[in-house]
Design a protein around this ligand. Structure first.
Ligand code: TPU
Ligand code: MG
Length: 561
């Protein structure tokens, strides 16, 4: 079989486990899209715009491990690059593929459409370099296999996005056949000597501590080390807390799980257990202004051991060149039970009080919505929670083993969850998929619900209509936090047009919400959006506490000399 640059790329995408790629057409990529379509193992999935295309791929990568998005030059790619920045921040290998000018047009002095109207056709590549771990431009079929392999291999190894642009007259040109998948999927093993030294030093660190705990961060999944974290927890017998962005990366039904560590807005007891510890093992953690609640909650100092993706460090030690999963698994074999924090936790543990039952005809409140969502979260469920009070509502859900939870806390692009939910549902149609999203966020990317309708994906969207940017209200209020109201439920009918099976429902009391949930569970032919109408200030106490501390951090005056 003869290969072209486009079919070579398709073969590589298929070899790395992709069954779909997301696309928006444009004349710079049409031949490429034709080439990709010839691969019967790879389905082309269309998006409404390129920002959504990038986020759809981002969501697909969360479920599937990697993803690809194909866009046109400049007008398409520059929108998609925002989502690629997100994939970088969130450690997801999304391959962005852009059509590009005809190879003869480079350095020709020509002006081309969809460009700045100058003779510079390199700006997109330069921008992409800043936002990816590898960015390549393909203007010759001979070079294509090596460049494509470099981009894909680097993305998989680094768990970061990569960028490939292909001149529009090169995608159909013949090139060599791809070799075995291992050329792009292979990884270098940990350095054995360094691993042994790191494990010995870490075991000694732990044996010197009275109250070690494990703190799980969002890079754990990217490092492929979730199982190994459980092995270490089992071996140590100590308390395990997760950071908010890592919810579901450690099983919540595990007997040592103590909840979310997030400073003032931690699960009951979790903050104390971490703050009282003299040996916090931070595993794949990310400490930024939001995750430290405005720099008020951040384990630091000689009592902290940081085990990162390829690096382990603590006072007097810094080991690199080892995989986190190898380190955790080997450390688990070296340590003995240290359960002081579990004894402590058993003394102080308390539960959040359950949401009170609301009469079915009482005005709908946030707490009642969470109360009704709880039983929907099964082991087959994935919950995607948008920036806003949806974060805090989602964090309160208790996850049975197998349930997954997705947030985009490092990048924090409102509207992320609609396309990311679409992409996730394409990758994992067997799961029950629930999105929690605010009205303000929904307005950024609402169109992608139409693609869920097109692909008949039975996603359930809970849209909290509090008529504003309430998370912003809690940080800093002003007229800019008011949102123009939409008929959200009615929007679904508009998207359905003549053939769609989406359902749009509106709930203003608990009875209507319960009925809408029944409709959603029965609708297997498309998404169901449930608009939940609540007051502007009906938010979690956590959002108010967190917002106050973030506002304080934002308002720090410039340092004088
Ligand atoms: O539940 P609630 O009202 O907090 O959520 P909603 O309605 O989705 O409002 C979100 C408000 C918000 C904004 C405007 N959260 N963060 N921002 C800032 C922001 C602006 N633009 C982008 C692309 N991302 C952002 N995070
Ligand atoms: Mg809102």
């Amino acid at each position: 079989m003869k290969y072209t640059v486009g079919t070579y790329l398709a073969a590589r995408l298929s070899q790395i486990g992709l069954k779909h790629h997301f696309a928006v057409a444009g004349d710079y990529n049409l031949v490429l899209l034709d080439q990709l379509l010839t691969n019967k193992d790879l389905r082309q999935v269309y998006c409404s715009n390129e920002l959504n295309c990038g986020f759809s791929a981002e969501g697909y990568a969360r479920a599937n491990g990697a993803a690809a998005a194909v866009v046109t030059y400049s007008v398409g790619a520059l929108s998609a690059l925002n989502a690629i920045g997100g994939a970088y921040a969130e450690n997801l290998p999304v391959i962005l593929i852009s059509g590009a000018p005809n190879s003869n047009d480079y350095a020709s002095g020509h002006l081309l459409h969809h460009t700045l109207g100058t003779q510079d056709f390199l700006y997109q590549l330069e921008i992409a370099r800043k936002l990816t771990c590898a960015a390549v431009s393909i203007i010759s079929a001979d070079e294509a296999p090596a460049l494509i392999d470099h981009a894909i291999r680097t993305a998989l190894r680094e768990r970061k996005p990569a960028y490939i642009e292909i001149a529009c007259n090169i995608s159909g040109a013949e090139c060599a056949a791809p070799g075995p998948a291992s050329a792009v999927t292979g990884t270098e093993p940990s350095d054995a000597g360094t691993l042994a030294a790191a494990v010995a030093a870490a075991a000694s660190f732990l044996s010197d501590r009275k109250k070690p705990v494990l703190l799980i961060g969002s890079k754990l999944r990217a490092a492929g080390a979730e199982k190994q974290a459980v092995q270490l927890a089992d071996a140590l017998g100590c308390s395990v807390a997760v950071m908010a962005a890592a919810k579901s990366f450690f099983p919540e039904e595990h007997p040592q799980f103590v909840g979310t560590y997030w400073g003032e807005v931690s699960s009951p007891g979790a903050r104390e257990i971490v703050d009282w510890s003299d040996g916090v093992v931070c595993i794949g953690t990310v400490f930024n202004d939001y995750s430290t609640v405005g720099w008020t909650a951040m384990p630091a100092g000689p009592g902290v051991l940081t085990a990162d993706t390829n690096r382990v460090r603590f006072e007097g030690h810094d080991f690199s060149g080892i995989h986190l999963r190898d380190f955790l698994a080997a450390l688990a074999r070296e340590v003995t039970k240290r359960d002081a924090t579990m004894i402590e936790y058993a003394r102080i543990r308390s539960e959040r009080p359950p949401e009170p039952f609301a009469e079915p005809d009482a005005k709908l409140m946030r707490a009642e919505i969470v109360r009704q969502i709880r039983p929907l979260v099964t082991p087959e469920t994935t919950v995607l929670a948008e920036t806003g009070d949806s974060w805090f509502n989602g964090l309160q859900l208790r996850l049975p083993d197998g349930a997954r939870f997705e947030v985009e806390m490092q990048w924090g692009h409102i509207g992320w969850s609609v396309p990311a939910t679409f992409g996730y549902a394409v990758a994992a149609p067997e799961r029950r998929i629930i999105a929690l999203i605010g009205d303000g966020s929904f307005q950024l990317t609402a169109q992608e619900v139409a693609q869920m309708i097109r692909l008949k994906l039975p996603v359930i969207i809970f849209l909290m209509n509090n008529h504003g940017y309430t998370i912003e209200v809690e940080i800093h209020d002003g007229p800019y936090n008011n949102v123009k109201n939409w008929d959200y439920a009615g929007l679904i009918d508009a998207f359905n047009a003549e053939d769609g099976k989406g359902r749009g429902m509106r709930a203003t009391d608990g009875g209507e919400l319960a009925d809408a949930i029944k409709v959603a569970l029965a609708n297997q032919d498309g998404p169901t959006l449930i608009e939940c109408v609540i007051d502007r200030d009906d938010c979690t106490a956590d959002l108010i506490s967190w917002g106050r501390l973030v506002a304080t951090a934002n308002a720090r005056p410039p340092r004088g000399r």
